[in-house]
Design a protein around this ligand. Structure first.
Ligand code: DUC
Ligand code: ZN
Ligand code: ZN
Length: 474
């Protein structure tokens, strides 16, 4: 047989195995694994390189409305281009509803923003901000059936926070339709209370953001989200966990046999609240929620990855520029209260975990693959089409030079933001080529893919959430 491409001689790793073999690719799919596969239009010599499933970043925010006068720094073209340079072959951004909006219309709007723009594949989670009867009774079940099989709810943020009653209603729809609920767990009232007090004390500099959302704010909401999910008997994914106490809530639920899953992110492994101190307005560059904590919390998050309490490692990419379109907007409002929450990280997620995790011996290469690709595909209804290297799977592949040394620098990145909070971090191991469905998107540091080659991928229901069923009788 003649293939379109053969990737020859690399060390292939999946979430369970590591082996040396060639990969034969045709029609965008992996057709053969082995040696002496035959001929191909193109041979890629991967000798001395790692050949991994392309990263799937299942928690990114792209082109979301972010408040008056504030624009997100990435559109779908720039975000997916940066994703490809960072070794990713698929991203899952959110189609975010705002109060009063039709969820169906929101989904159409995000498709319009993404269509013809993407360099890697995309699929959408929903964000439910308006838990009205029409949305929950009609729109949401229909959208779940159409392949939008996961959605995020917020326990904080003005305009987004759901009450416990609303959370229960939304979770009931997830239970009945077999959708997976992702929860942003922070206590809204506690944040408002602390923000008011800090402002009254004149403590308004950006670094007070983290004092307004201390660990108990996250721990309490995590506990509450898990309790609400237990009442409805619905699985939940607690996203962007930053510390041991919230993690312990998840671990306790898992020990009890509840279907509670956890995600953590690079900012909780390599940043701390101290990074913001003394920076004045430049501290806004690190403002995200939950906030990075301290070294003990970093250690806890590593343990969560090692012990598989966390099954996902995502970026929570939420990019703003450090100017009046972003971190310094709206003009004249100086309290941390007004700083848009979020940091860029779509391109640096994988190198940070590879370097700090695999190169430094904290996690195995196979666990790296699981945490960055396979588990995302399994969690969100994409496996085995995505997230692995197997015959029949899409040829979504990242080729890594495990020895390549680099220092993270804004000047080398491809996102729309004008800074990176990870500037200067020394990295060992970097992706050198990224292939989406058999076509190289990035190769030897150059963009080779076409805008619009990234496709929208509808999803199956999450095996973690299915089967759809009734909520428990009272
Ligand atoms: N927090 C979120 O909840 N979403 C995006 C970014 C952030 O910091
Ligand atoms: Zn969130
Ligand atoms: Zn987020």
């Amino acid at each position: 047989m003649t293939f379109d491409v053969i990737i020859r001689g690399g060390i292939v790793a999946t979430s369970s195995d590591t082996f040396t073999c060639d990969i034969g690719i045709a029609g965008g799919k992996i057709i053969a694994l082995g040696t002496d596969l035959g001929t191909a239009a193109e041979i890629y010599d991967a000798t001395g390189k790692l050949v991994l499933p392309g990263g799937i970043d299942s928690h990114v925010h792209i082109a979301q409305p972010s408040g008056p006068g504030i624009v997100m720094a990435d559109d779908f073209a720039s975000a997916t281009r940066a994703a490809a340079f960072g070794g990713n072959t698929m991203v899952l951004p959110f189609a975010m509803q705002q109060k009063g909006e039709s969820l169906r219309q929101v989904v159409k709007d995000y498709h319009a923003k993404a269509d013809g723009e993407c360099y890697v594949d995309v699929s959408f989670h929903l964000i439910i901000a308006d838990a009205s009867e029409t949305v929950l009774g009609q729109e949401l079940p229909a959208l779940v059936n159409d392949g939008y099989t996961s959605f995020k709810v917020f326990m904080t943020y003005e305009g987004l926070a759901l009450s416990d009653m609303e959370m229960l209603n939304v979770m009931s729809v997830a239970r009945e339709t077999g959708a997976l609920v992702m929860v942003h767990a922070e206590n809204y009232d506690a944040i408002r209370f602390l923000t008011d007090r800090l402002e009254r004390a004149g403590k308004t500099e950006p670094h007070y953001h983290s004092a307004s959302r201390p660990i108990p704010v996250e721990r309490e909401a995590t506990h509450r989200a898990i309790s609400l999910a237990e009442i409805i008997d619905v699985p939940v994914m607690i996203v962007h966990v930053s510390n041991r106490e919230a993690m312990d809530e998840i671990a306790r639920a898992q020990r009890k046999g509840l279907k509670v899953y956890g995600e953590t992110c690079p900012q909780y492994l390599v940043l701390t609240a101290k990074d913001m101190e003394g920076l004045n307005m430049e501290g806004t560059k690190y403002v995200c929620s939950p906030p990075p904590r301290d070294e003990a919390s970093q250690q806890a998050c590593w343990e969560g990855l090692q012990q598989k309490i966390f099954s996902l490692f995502s970026s929570d990419h939420c990019p703003f520029r450090y100017d009046e379109s972003g971190k310094l907007a709206p003009k004249g409002r100086t309290s941390f209260r007004w700083v848009p929450n979020g940091i860029p990280g779509i391109e640096t997620r994988l190198p940070i975990l590879f370097s700090e995790g695999v190169s430094k011996g904290r996690i195995s290469l196979n666990d790296f693959v699981a945490l960055t690709a396979t588990n995302h595909a399994k969690t969100y209804g994409l496996y085995p089409k995505k997230g692995t290297i197997a015959v029949g799977s899409d040829a979504d592949i990242a080729i890594w030079d495990p020895a390549r040394k680099a220092k993270i620098a804004q000047a080398d990145l491809h996102h729309g933001s004008d800074y990176t909070p990870y500037e200067g971090i020394e990295i060992t191991g970097w992706p050198v080529a990224t292939m989406v469905r058999g076509k190289f998107v990035v190769r030897d540091g150059k963009l080779t893919g076409a805008k619009g080659a990234g496709a929208y991928i509808p999803r199956e229901k999450s095996p973690l959430a299915a089967p759809a069923g009734r909520i428990p009788e009272v």
